[in-house]
Structure formats: structure tokens, C-alpha cells
Ligand binder design. Structure first.
Ligand code: ZN
Length: 163
């Protein structure tokens, strides 16, 4: 299956707000193929999630590799509820190569989206998957984890990078 090239900073399109998808766009064979290619790209790049703008499509679609369900597509995802409790975790991004950072996120989030059949789904996630959803949904608004990171490190040397 075809994979897609992952775009990296400082590409301006990674900083744009992506547009909502219409229900009828989601069920077309072209779009379904795009989702499969996005999933394949996430696996090749060893990611746990990926967002459409990372491959140059400024549309609101993300993939998250859920523990039970496996790679799952979510269109027009919206976080509807967040916990007051937060966690600080290590994050990396395929679009920000060679770095990782510490980011504070909500510990638990509820999310509403359309699935790949165009049907509304609601999901409550916590811990790692809450972090992944917040990270990927940020991509749809042109926000990268480095914008929110408490600290960013060089992957090779482990040295702190000045922001
Ligand atoms: Zn990312």
C-alpha cells in the first residue's frame, strides 16, 4: 500500500487551521483510500497517531492507534469535556524530527467525531490516549507540541533545547 511523505517544520501549512469534512466526503472511495494510506504512513513512521495536515491535507482527519480497536480514523474531532487533572508526559512528533518534549495535558478527555462510515462516535479516554488525542487535534488547528512544551530535548544528545 502507498505511504505518504510526512511534512516537517517549518512548513507553513502545518500551522494552518484545517477545514471540517462534510459527511458525504468521508464515504467516497478516494477518501477511504486516503485514510488507509494515512494509517500505513503512521505505521511506517512508527507513530501512535497522525493528523492529515502532516501529509499536506489541511482537513480535519486524524488516526489514533487505539489499544483495543487498532488504527482508527476520526473526522472533525472535537473535545467536549476535559478533566481538571493534568499529567506531564513525553511527546514527540513526526513533523518535528529529532526532538521530544515534556507537555502538560488533560488527564482525561471526552471526544466527539465522525468515524470512517460518517457516523458520530463519542469516546472517553485517559492517560496516554488522552494525550494522543489532544496532540493530534492540536495539529488540526496548526498547533504543535513544541508550542506547549515545558521543555524540549534533542533526541540524540538528550540535551535541553532553548525554546
Ligand atoms: Zn504530531
Amino acid at each position: 500500500m502507498a505511504t505518504l511523505p510526512v511534512l516537517t517544520i517549518p512548513l507553513p501549512s502545518l500551522r494552518e487551521r484545517s477545514r471540517e469534512l462534510e459527511g458525504h466526503e468521508i464515504t467516497t472511495p478516494e477518501f477511504q483510500q486516503f485514510l488507509d494510506a494515512l494509517i500505513e504512513t503512521m505505521f511506517i513512521e512508527d507513530g501512535i497517531g497522525i493528523a492529515a495536515p502532516q501529509v499536506g491535507k489541511n482537513i480535519r482527519a486524524i488516526i489514533v492507534n487505539l489499544k483495543k480497536e487498532g488504527p482508527t480514523a476520526f473526522m472533525n474531532p472535537v473535545i467536549t469535556k476535559t478533566s481538571e487533572a493534568t499529567i506531564v508526559g513525553e511527546e514527540g512528533c513526526l513533523s518535528v524530527p529529532g526532538k521530544y518534549g515534556l507537555v502538560r495535558r488533560h488527564k482525561r478527555v471526552t471526544m466527539k467525531a465522525l468515524n470512517r462510515h460518517g457516523r458520530t462516535v463519542e469516546l472517553e479516554v485517559s492517560g496516554l490516549f488522552a494525550v494522543v488525542f489532544q496532540h493530534e487535534i492540536d495539529h488540526l488547528d496548526g498547533i504543535l507540541y513544541i508550542d506547549k512544551a515545558i521543555e524540549v530535548f534533542d533526541k540524540t544528545s538528550g540535551k535541553k533545547i532553548a525554546l
